[in-house]
Each structure stands twice: as C-alpha cells, then as structure tokens.
Design a protein around this ligand. Structure first.
Ligand SMILES: Nc1ncnc2c1ncn2[C@@H]1O[C@H](COP(=O)(O)OP(=O)(O)OP(=O)(O)O)[C@@H](O)[C@H]1O
Ligand SMILES: [Mg+2]
Length: 406
C-alpha cells in the first residue's frame, strides 16, 4: 500500500509568519524600518518545513515574492551547495519572470566560473557584469552568494515588492562553509548581518538596495543561540512546539483514514499518551501500522500491537547510544528539564572519575547529537527534556531496546 500524507492545522504559526511579512512596509514607503530575520526553531520533525511549504505553496501575499530553498545535509563542497542554491532558487521563483531571468543569467555565469575552476584554468577578469562581478579573482563563494541575494533585493526593491526568502535548514549553509575552513563564528555573524541589511532601502541608504525578508529554520539550538547572542536586536524567533491533543488526534485519524485504516477513540488516547504531539512520530506510527498490515487500530483488538509499534518507534531512537549518552539521559530523567550546566552538576563524581575530565567538556556535542536524533528536545526557558513520554519511560525504567530499523 502506498503511504499518503495529510495536513492538519497550524493556522496560528502560518498566520504569524504571513502577518509579519505583510507588516513590513514596501520600498516605496520611505520609512526607516526595523530590520528583522525570522528564525523558525523547534525540534526535529515538529513541522517547521511543513509550515513553510504551506506558506510557499498555498498562500498569496500581496506584493510579495516567495522563494523556498531547502538546504540538504549532504553537500560535499561549497560549490555543490552554491549550485544547489541557485537551482532551487531558480525553480522556486519560476513564476516571477524578472527574478527568474536574473537567476538564470547568474546561474549560467556561475557554471562558467565552476567549469574554469574545475578545469584548472585561470579565472578571467574580462567578464565583469553589472554589480555581480562574478569572475573577479578575489570573490569567494560567500561573496558570490551575497551578490546574488543583493541582486534579487535590488530587483524586488525596484518593483516595489518584497522577497520572502525561506531557507530551510539554514545551519547546513554554515556547516558547509565551516568544513572548508571558514571561521564559523565570523561567517555566521557576518552573513546574518548581511541578510538583515538587505532590508534597508530608501532614505539615504544607497549602498544596500534591499528588499529581502529572510525566514530561516533550524533544529539546532546551539546554532540558534549563537545567532541570537550576536544579533539579538533583529532576530525574531518563532518556536514551533508539539501539536496539541486535538490536532495530534486529528492527524492520526486523517492519516489513518486516507490510508484505509480504522482507528477508534480509545486507541487514539493510547497512541497520544505514548507518542505525544510530534507530527513525525505520529506519522511514523501510521506508516508502521501500514507495514504491519493492520486494518483496524482499536483498543480491544490491537492494544498489544499499538504498544509494540509505539515502543518500537520510541525505542528505535535509542539504538547505538554510548554509555555516556545513557548517563546523560538518566540524569535528565531523574532531575530534568535541565540545562547543560545543570547536567554537568548532576553527573556525579563517579562518572567524572570513570571518564577523564577531558571527555566531559564534550557534553555539548553529546547533547546536540541527542537532540539531532530526536531523543531530547529543548524547551525554551526550561531546558532539555525527552521528546516524548514513552522515551522517558523507557530510559527511566532502564529498558534499552535494540531495534535497528531507523
Ligand atoms: N501540520 C501537519 N499536518 C500533518 N502532518 C504534518 C504536519 N506537520 C508535520 N507533519 C508531518 O511530520 C513530518 C515531519 O515534519 P517536518 O519535516 O515539517 O518537520 P521539521 O520540523 O521540518 O523537521 P526537521 O527539523 O527534521 O527538518 C512530515 O512527515 C510531515 O508530513
Ligand atoms: Mg525540516
């Protein structure tokens, strides 16, 4: 059976983003603007991309172009990322002819640049076109990227429009640059600052002919806090949290029904009590049920199956954890929600003796990995906690299951 998707309401989040874009004055309205960058932040699988795709595909904001770029986790080089950025930009703005044309023009020149680079030929300074100056020897890919964005800003500015530039998984941009030796902190700061500058237009600011509203997503909290530390004055965070009970159940019901599965109220209660409101986990539940060939999920006939599937989904996140990972989890289980410093404090002396002091300072890395793997999530203002109740239960009761499916 082919698995099919539904969408349940995220009206509040969608409206908040759309209204924020709309609230930004158009270029012809020559007022000094507060710059802003919207950062959509929340645990993996919580629905960030789904919300933004919804806006991109389904909502028409007056006087606003929308571009959607989804950074992958697999770029092997900056050039690789750069080409993908252009490709995605090109297809996502295909209906806006002037922008589309400019990106195509730009993309072709980037290709020439890359061909020259790959073939090892000298760069030729001869083709310096407009403001792009693509073939100048001194231009790094970071500057090429900024040039492209500035160019888009200029066009939208001249048309008295806005460009909402959605970049999903923004941290991948930074990671890719960092891998080739660019200083992470410097790059993040300067790129974020640059993005915010593309909103200055009119008045006497002639050097930045802007009109781009960056909307970035990330599930990497340490990255997000880093950005916030340096640019707090113009970063606007939007935290995405679990679906509430009503929508979690609606997701299950609709996802089940579209896939020809019946699910009754008691079973819904049980699944929700195990997996909570993370749409990814709920979706996985239905997918697993399909794979098991379950046609009815009801509490009387399938309670064992429900438990089994839910436990398998939750347990699958815990495969392959190191001893230190498990200790961290147990500490959080006993005392959480906790922040990193508190976790340090609670990891008792025995642990510190067992692992040399040198390994413990990597705790941040461990914790980020646990967040990445959907085991922990960061509750703003509270600290780290388990992604769902079942995981907490499994860890607290000391049952680690080795299902190797994910
Ligand atoms: N509002 C929704 N209605 C129905 N399904 C949803 C909804 N939001 C998310 N999902 C489902 O949950 C899964 C995860 O969502 P999504 O990819 O948007 O999460 P994310 O926050 O972008 O995660 P990541 O940090 O890994 O990128 C998807 O399979 C998606 O179909
Ligand atoms: Mg996503």
């Amino acid at each position: 059976m082919v698995y099919r998707q539904v969408f349940v309401d995220r009206e509040q989040e969608v409206n908040r983003i759309v209204n924020r874009i709309k609230s930004f004055p158009l270029p012809s309205n020559r007022v000094i603007r507060d710059r802003f960058i919207l950062i959509v932040v929340g645990p993996k699988g919580i629905g960030k991309s789904t919300i933004l795709r919804r806006i991109y595909y389904n909502i028409d904001i007056p006087d606003t172009y929308i571009a959607y770029i989804d950074f992958k986790k697999t770029y092997t080089s900056v050039e690789d990322l750069f080409v993908d950025f252009i490709r995605q930009l090109y297809s996502s703005i295909s209906e806006y002819s002037r922008l589309h044309y400019r990106v195509k023009d730009y993309g072709l020149r980037v290709l020439k640049y890359l061909v020259k680079k790959i073939l090892g030929e000298e760069f030729i300074d001869e083709v310096v076109s407009g403001k792009l100056e693509l073939f100048s020897k001194s231009k790094t890919p970071g500057i090429l990227l900024s040039d492209l964005i500035l160019c888009l800003a200029e066009i939208t500015g001249s048309e008295n429009k806005r460009l909402a530039l959605i970049i999903d998984e923004f941290q991948e941009l930074v990671k890719t640059f960092t891998r080739v030796g660019v200083d992470k902190k410097y790059f993040t700061q300067s790129f974020i600052h640059f993005l915010s500058k593309t909103q200055e237009w009119g008045i006497d600011v002639k050097d930045v002919p802007g009109y781009v509203i960056p909307i970035l997503t990330t599930s990497d909290y340490s990255f997000y806090t880093e950005i916030l530390d340096h640019s707090a004055s113009y970063i606007e965070p939007l935290y995405i949290s679990d679906l509430d009970e009503k929508y979690s159940k609606e997701l299950l019901v609709r996802q089940a029904s579209i896939n020809n599965i019946n699910i009754d109220d008691k079973a819904l209660d049980l699944v929700y009590s195990y997996l909570g409101g993370n749409p990814l986990l709920l979706t996985m539940f239905i997918r697993e049920a399909i794979e098991e060939g379950v046609a009815r999920v009801d509490i009387d006939t399938s309670i064992e199956i429900i438990k089994e599937i839910a436990t398998r989904i939750a347990g699958s996140f815990l495969t392959g954890l190191s001893e230190l990972d498990r200790m961290v989890l147990k500490v959080i289980c006993r005392h959480g929600p906790l922040n990193t410093e508190e976790i340090y404090e609670y990891l008792d002396r025995e642990l510190l003796r067992k692992y040399s002091i040198d390994t413990i300072p990597n705790l941040e890395v461990y914790i980020n990995r646990l967040i990445e793997r959907n085991i922990l999530y960061f509750m703003p203002f509270k600290g780290l906690w388990f992604q769902n109740r079942l995981l907490e239960k499994i860890v607290c009761e000391g049952v680690f299951i080795n299902y190797g499916r994910y």
